[in-house]
Write a protein that binds this ligand. Structure first.
Ligand SMILES: Cc1cc2nc3c(=O)[nH]c(=O)nc-3n(C[C@H](O)[C@H](O)[C@H](O)COP(=O)(O)OP(=O)(O)OC[C@H]3O[C@@H](n4cnc5c(N)ncnc54)[C@H](O)[C@@H]3O)c2cc1C
Ligand code: SF4
Length: 487
């Protein structure tokens, strides 16, 4: 345990942000990592609880109390060893994880949680700087070949785990660069993309092969879905060439809002705006959609909506409004009822702080426009009772809008990919596979496994890493009859 009296002596110290005016000028990260000394003080606040609820609240089950203690004792190299034992990519989660671990921290019951995520961020960034993160190639090769379809966090975690136990792993990605939504969904101001390139180089040194611009299973993606592929590989070819296939293709079909006026110019899915923006920041061509001087309406809350808000403000939008269907949540949760679980409460993201009008319990009824371009929308206020919504008569209103972004989530993966492998789907259209017991992560198709959003539906990076790691263990077990990989 860090310091037995640390939680009484020290306050939570959150990472500082650059001022809004500064960060709006650029697409770079603006969160200032804790100094070694500040991180050690945060580590000292950890009570090393008999039952570490944080460890259970973290989807990859990071061994949080151990690395809190090591940071407090200035044993950073040991801290990254412990952190890497459960998480392949702490530099991703240390930046963009919503930190369910902190909701589960015992200190969160009647005080402020330990700044777990900020310590994770400090450990991994220091480890890279010190040169402690090196390739870990397998001691011996197994001669088994594994194909991973999709290079998001699930595919990358699975590929790294399998390469490290000696399998020949090839990652197929339809887009130009690897990373999935880490690369093309999440903006640079939340996570700079050099972090993915650095991991990719490490994985290549461990023997992972990346084939980008290659679409698997179906030679076309559905409209609205990013596809840079110049090459097509059929499911049969992959099944013939490889001893196992992991589908880690994400959940890419966006939820639409088919109301009158949907076809007007200026009404877009969020990723039609965010993907070209990430490409523009990478120098891969301009974003054809500009929010400069425009009245922007973002429909839907969550991370995707926030990212549209932050990007629009960086473009210099005239105004940004965000609609949410659900009622405004409480400022503070009732911890007696919610702890140690993830509570529903008002969450204000850094993008909201940069300028955004938020309106809750609102349904969009219609878009209207001029010369084929959207100029506004009609909406109505909602009343929520016993989990059911109804429109409030006479509450209709209009809002000016030159650009509208749909950020209402993703419904399912591309059906054609699953069908091409003959993979059975669940009721929501995701790849059907369990996560517990014998044969978990295996789909109905022989030697085909599934992990991440393609299996669980749209989720979080940390869950994708967990599924990638666990799936890799099952694939290793399937190929070798035994495994040393952790769950
Ligand atoms: C805008 C946005 C912001 C987000 N912000 C956060 C956040 O702040 N924190 C957080 O934890 N989560 C966030 N998420 C969610 C998170 O990004 C996803 O849950 C996570 O990336 C899922 O990982 P995955 O590996 O399962 O799939 P993905 O990251 O979706 O990767 C799947 C990959 O498979 C490729 N692919 C699909 N089909 C084929 C095919 N047939 N052939 C070849 N390649 C194929 C795709 O091109 C893609 O690169 C965000 C999501 C979005 C959209
Ligand atoms: S991965 Fe997320 S939940 Fe786990 S320790 Fe890090 S911030 Fe917390």
């Amino acid at each position: 345990m860090g310091k037995p009296t640390g939680f009484l002596e020290y306050q939570r110290l959150s990472e500082a942000y650059e001022p809004v005016a500064e960060r709006l000028k650029k697409y770079k990260e603006f969160v200032l990592r804790l100094s070694d000394e500040q991180a050690a003080v945060q580590g000292a606040r950890c009570m090393d609880c008999g039952i570490p609820f944080c460890n259970n609240g973290c989807p990859v089950n990071n061994i949080i109390p151990d690395w809190n203690d090591l940071v407090y004792r200035n044993q950073w190299k040991e801290a990254i060893e412990v952190l890497h034992s459960t998480n392949n990519f702490p530099e991703f989660t240390g930046r963009i994880c919503p930190a369910p671990c902190e909701a589960a921290c015992t200190l969160n019951i009647n005080s402020d949680a330990v700044g777990i995520k900020s310590i994770e961020h400090a450990i991994i960034d220091k480890a890279w700087e010190e040169g402690w993160v090196q390739p870990r190639p397998a001691a011996a090769k197994t001669g088994k070949k594994v194909a991973v379809v999709g290079s998001g966090p699930a595919g990358l975690a699975a590929a790294q785990q399998l390469a490290r136990v000696g399998h020949d792993v090839t990652v197929f990605e339809k887009n130009t660069r690897i990373g999935g939504l880490l690369r093309y969904g999440i903006p640079d101001f939340k996570m700079e993309k050099g972090l993915i390139d650095r991991r990719m180089a490490q994985m290549e040194a461990e023997g992972v092969r990346f084939r980008t611009g290659v679409i698997v299973g179906s030679d076309t993606a559905a409209p609205g879905i990013a596809n840079d592929a110049k090459e097509f590989v059929s499911a049969e070819a992959l099944q013939k060439e490889f001893d196992a296939v992991i589908l880690a293709a994400g959940s890419e079909v966006p939820r639409d809002l088919p109301v009158p006026g949907r076809e007007l110019g200026g009404v877009h899915f969020a990723l039609e705006f965010l993907i070209p923006q990430n490409k523009a920041v990478a120098g891969d061509g301009p974003n054809p959609i500009s929010a400069e001087g425009k009245h922007v309406v973002v429909i839907g809350g969550g991370d995707t909506g926030s990212d549209c808000v932050g990007t629009s403000n960086r473009h210099g939008a005239a105004s940004v409004t965000q609609f949410e269907l659900m009622p405004m949540p409480p400022e503070q949760e009732n911890k007696a009822l919610t702890w140690p679980y993830w509570p529903i409460k008002m969450r204000t993201s850094s993008s909201h702080e940069e300028g955004c009008e938020r309106d809750f319990a609102v349904a969009t009824k219609e878009f209207f426009g001029k010369d084929g371009k959207v100029t506004g929308l009609k909406a109505v206020r909602l009343e929520w009772k016993d989990g059911r919504m109804s429109e409030i008569a006479g509450s209709e209103f209009e809002v000016k809008a030159d650009l509208v972004f749909f950020a209402m989530g993703f419904t399912n993966p591309l059906g054609k990919l699953l069908e091409s492998f003959g993979v059975e789907k669940d009721a929501r259209g995701n790849a059907k596979a369990t996560t517990d017991g014998a044969g978990c992560y295996a789909t109905s198709a022989p030697k085909v496994f599934a992990a991440g959003d393609v299996r669980r539906g749209q989720s979080l990076v940390v869950w994708a890493i967990r599924e990638g790691r666990q799936c890799a263990r099952e694939v290793d077990q399937f190929l070798m009859g035994e495994t040393v990989l952790p769950r």
